[in-house]
Design a protein around this ligand. Structure first.
Ligand code: PMP
Length: 285
């Protein structure tokens, strides 16, 4: 069992894996990525993740030099090679090696990297307590500047927001768009529950369409929980009965406090608990 890195057809370990300093992924953040989990050796929603990866690449006019079928095959190969059952996989596709100018035409071939490792987002006691959130002053990128639907290597707004949370002693941050509408957390989607109704912002508004988010919406339908994709404001967060975050690395995490307001009365709330149980059953189905 060891961290395994596949780069353009070759396997490396943590020490030997290297890329060029002329790679435009490093020089300009020119590239896209994915984060995927495997449970007991089985990859959860690989096709959905890879569809998002190929769509992100298409949106920035980046050619991934292999078919989706080939990507599925090497991803499974890399997971097997690592011997890690409960793994976190990171696909990184960069524009590739070019010169010091930003012209992408100077990069003849994209670099394809697959890292197989493990991940732990929050300590167990924070998950049990429920997360503390503050609203970040840094908004997510404007959707016509860099669409938040593209899972790109430009995560600086999210990193700056995360830093604001760290400086405030919070576990996570709530990011708004430039109009002040609730968007997402630094690496998770946001859900609220009010009087049994589940709500989460729609992708069109400018968020990453999380694979976990979509799974939660499907589970809600199966469980007979009314769910709506609609814009929400901080008012809806503060006055919610339950708030939780979703993400591949975090799974479903209850939130206890946002900007000093305690959310609801029970933690995790009843809807969050049902969805958490259904999600754990789904990933091992
Ligand atoms: N928003 C952002 C900004 C993210 O980076 C992530 C993590 N990929 C998510 C939401 C959640 O997406 P997913 O459920 O597909 O991991």
């Amino acid at each position: 069992m060891a961290t395994t890195i596949w780069i353009d057809g070759q396997f490396y370990d943590r020490e030997s894996a290297k890329i060029s300093v002329f790679d435009h992924g490093l020089l300009y953040g020119d590239g896209v990525f994915e984060g995927i989990r495997a449970y007991d050796g089985r990859i959860f929603r690989l096709e959905e993740h890879l569809e998002r990866l190929y769509d992100s690449a298409k949106a920035i006019a980046l050619d991934i030099p292999m078919s989706m079928d080939e990507m599925i095959r090497v991803t499974e190969l890399a997971l097997q090679h690592s011997g890690i059952g409960n793994a976190y996989l990171r696909h990184v596709i960069t524009r590739g090696v070019g010169d010091l100018g930003l012209d992408p035409r100077k990069c003849p071939r994209a670099t394809v990297i697959i890292i197989v490792d493990t991940i732990k987002m929050f300590p167990a006691e924070r998950l049990a307590m429920g997360l503390t959130l503050v609203t970040a002053g840094t908004p997510i990128a404007h959707r016509e500047s860099l669409s938040p639907r593209v899972k790109s290597l430009n995560y600086l707004p999210h990193v700056m927001a995360k830093l604001e949370g760290i400086n405030a002693g919070a576990d996570e941050v709530l990011m708004l768009d430039s109009a002040g509408t609730v968007a997402e957390a630094s690496g998770q989607n946001v859900f609220v529950v009010k009087r049994g109704v589940l709500r989460t912002p729609p992708p069109f508004a400018g968020i990453l369409q999380g694979v976990t988010r979509d799974a939660v919406l499907e589970l809600a339908a199966e469980l007979g929980i009314t769910a709506r994709e609609e814009q929400i404001n901080r008012y809806d967060i503060y006055t919610a009965d339950e708030v939780f975050l979703t993400g591949t690395a975090s799974e479903i995490v209850p939130v206890r406090v946002v900007d000093g307001r305690t959310i609801g009365t029970e933690l995790p709330g009843p809807v969050t608990r049902r969805l958490q149980a259904a999600f754990q059953a789904l990933v091992r189905r």
